[in-house]
Design a protein around this ligand. Structure first.
Ligand SMILES: C[S@@+](CC[C@H](N)C(=O)[O-])C[C@H]1O[C@@H](n2cnc3c(N)ncnc32)[C@H](O)[C@@H]1O
Length: 361
């Protein structure tokens, strides 16, 4: 497997595909001292790299959802062809004799009935396992793992079969021990952070004035630090040398500051930061009452309550918040998540199904 090139599809939440490909190019260069070629498509980007480099990216890329290993592509217009293609593949090299969870997506194809497709896939796996028996060792390696997923995409009668190397989605970092009030998904927070800092070098202050459980603070601190949780690829039968996980050398650093008016949220934040060994100065104030803060070159990113998942008592809260921040902090960038678009808006995205804007002031 070493030295031969393998195709991976890196799945990314829209509209962050291009941004995530830039993150991958930067980090790949820092990790392997090589240029990475990416091909951006709706929903992600493709790369062709050595297998161990592709799976190692699970630990370092913060914006994507999943890293899929593309195993097969073939024309497919009927179930017997699908059965034939899937059953002759030696799945035992990857997942022993386990049947994965199937994620099926079909468009503009003759094969359209997903329950019939799923039934065929289950039968194909049975057949493959009968033909290519797994050894005791292969079974042992894969037995206890619960997150093997196989993605089957059939578009215009072209079938692509991809094995999920991440397992649980990559935004689950398993670093926060407590969840706060309506947190933003970690990979979305990372995307908004990278969008803001990608052209910066040097030392900055980072401040989240409504930090909740601390997602932005943790994501800023850990953007160049590997995530060390478990991934599906570690349970594949094929062995690779486990990557040495070290923080990437970056040319940006931060002093971290967080604030929340809720004592309870702040305690959750403190516990999470302690668990991640992150140093950050926390304060417990109503942001509308804060006094001038001496934070030069400050980068502010925050996810305020906007009346969907967390209620707001004052309908003019956002406006007051912007005026207050402008008056008391000498900021370099101030990015605010909102239900409304402002003039400098550059990003529209969804968090938990809610359409949102990321506005700079
Ligand atoms: C949507 S949550 C932020 C979640 C956070 N980004 C996270 O990911 O965990 C909004 C936070 O703003 C805090 N908050 C609401 N009004 C505030 C105010 N006037 N001053 C400071 N914090 C406030 C709430 O206590 C809550 O923790």
């Amino acid at each position: 497997m070493q030295n031969t090139l393998t195709t991976f599809f890196i799945q990314v939440p829209p509209p962050f595909e291009l941004l995530a490909s830039e993150e991958a190019e930067l980090k790949y260069k820092l990790l392997f001292n090589e240029k990475l070629q990416t091909t951006v498509v709706p929903g992600g980007f493709n790369i062709e790299v050595e297998y161990y480099k592709g799976v190692t990216l699970n630990h370092y890329l913060k914006i994507p959802n999943k890293i899929l290993l593309v195993l097969k592509t073939f024309k497919c217009r009927d179930l017997p062809k699908l059965f034939n293609q899937i059953s002759k593949f030696k799945w035992k090299h990857y997942i022993g004799d386990k049947t994965p969870k199937f994620i099926i997506n079909t468009k503009q194809s003759r094969l359209i009935n997903t329950s019939k497709i799923e039934k065929t896939l289950v039968e194909s796996f049975k057949r493959s396992n009968q033909m290519f028996l797994s050894s005791k060792k292969e079974k042992e390696k894969t037995n206890d793992y619960q997150h093997f997923n196989l993605y089957i995409q059939i578009i215009d009668d072209n079938c692509t079969v991809s094995l999920d190397t991440s397992g649980e989605r990559m935004s689950l970092r398993k670093e926060r021990i407590q969840v706060g009030l309506a947190p933003i998904r970690e990979n979305l927070a990372a995307a908004l952070i990278y969008q803001t800092i990608k052209n910066l070098k040097g030392h900055y202050n980072f401040f989240d004035p409504m930090c909740g459980s601390g997602v932005f603070i943790i994501e800023v601190n850990n953007f160049f630090k590997p995530t060390t949780r478990d991934y599906a690829y570690k349970h594949f039968v094929i062995n690779i040398e486990q990557p040495k996980l070290t923080r990437l050398k970056s040319n940006i650093s931060f002093n971290l500051y967080g604030n929340d008016k809720s004592k309870e949220q702040l305690q959750i934040c403190e516990n999470n930061l302690k668990n991640c060994q992150i140093e950050c100065l926390l304060s417990n104030e109503d942001i509308l009452n804060i006094e001038k803060k001496d934070l030069k070159d400050c980068i502010i990113i925050t996810n305020p309550p906007y009346g969907k998942r967390v209620n707001i008592e004052d309908s003019n809260f956002e406006n007051k918040l912007v005026q207050k921040i402008k008056a008391v902090i000498d900021y370099k960038y101030f990015g605010l998540i909102s239900l409304n678009r402002n003039k400098k808006n550059i990003l529209k995205f969804k968090n938990g199904g809610i359409p949102l804007f990321f506005n700079y002031y």
